[in-house]
Design a protein around this ligand. Structure first.
Ligand SMILES: [Zn+2]
Length: 249
């Protein structure tokens, strides 16, 4: 074998050992933050997060049964059960911090409507996803670097384009990752703004194994990618969408 065919064979082996990927499009939004330190973690120029919260308090507004969920500002949280499972797995690309939490009046109202008498006592954890990879942009156009935080910025769509995207029922474009930018992270963002990606083994943890497929449904529209619809609408649904590896041109 020549060195070139060796290199190609190695590359094929490498591609074959890469895990399946999913975009973690939607998880339930179950509460809001208060007493945050610092006041904001979002870049004043481009709006993307620039560092994790150092401290915050979670107010839970709706009952939930998933192991991963968000607050209205888009911050991620996991249960102690999922935290332990991720640690057992040796998953990479995140840090956690225990978060104090409380229940609002809305929580008790929803719990009463849903006849839900469970109230969590186990610890909850703030999940900061630290993995960052790159790939070709599929939904946005690049607009250079943010002058304030240095992250890649996207050209902001005009209102007509945004509304068209919100009304579009076509599946979202598959997000793509360059393998040479990946360093075994199981949770990571891409340079293109959008939801994080997760590996197959993490997807298997967060997708409930109980036989209720309606709780894990494929994404049928681009709404979740464009609308940032962080509402309390559906506290039980996790939406995954396949992502994949792609070689550089
Ligand atoms: Zn910025």
């Amino acid at each position: 074998m020549t060195s070139t065919t060796h290199a190609i064979a190695r590359w094929r082996d490498c591609m074959n050992s890469l895990p399946h990927l999913y975009t973690l499009v939607t998880v339930p939004v179950v509460g809001h933050l208060r007493d945050t330190i610092p006041d904001t973690i979002y870049c004043v120029t481009c709006g993307r997060p620039v560092h994790p919260w150092r401290n915050a308090r979670l107010v839970i507004d709706v009952p939930f049964i998933t192991e991963i969920f968000k607050s209205t500002d888009g911050t991620w949280f996991i249960t102690d059960r999922l935290k332990n499972q991720l640690e057992t797995l040796g998953a990479r690309g995140y840090v956690t911090q225990e978060i104090p939490f409380e229940f609002s009046d809305d929580y008790y109202r929803w719990a009463s409507i849903r006849n839900d008498r469970t109230q969590r006592q186990q610890p909850l954890y703030y999940l900061a996803i630290t993995g960052l990879c790159d790939g070709p942009w599929v939904s946005h156009r690049r607009a250079g670097q943010c002058p304030t935080c240095g992250q890649a910025m996207a050209i902001v769509d005009d209102m007509e384009t945004l509304i068209t995207a919100l009304l579009d029922d076509a599946p979202p474009p598959t997000r793509l990752v360059y393998p040479d930018t990946w360093h075994q992270e199981d949770l990571f963002y891409l340079s293109e703004p959008g939801p994080p990606l997760i590996t197959e083994r993490v997807a298997q943890l967060i997708v409930p194994h109980r036989p209720s497929p309606e709780r894990v449904r494929p994404v049928h529209s681009t709404k979740a990618q464009h609308g940032h619809a962080l509402t309390y609408a559906d506290p039980h649904t996790i939406e995954l969408y396949p992502a994949r590896w792609v070689d550089r041109d």
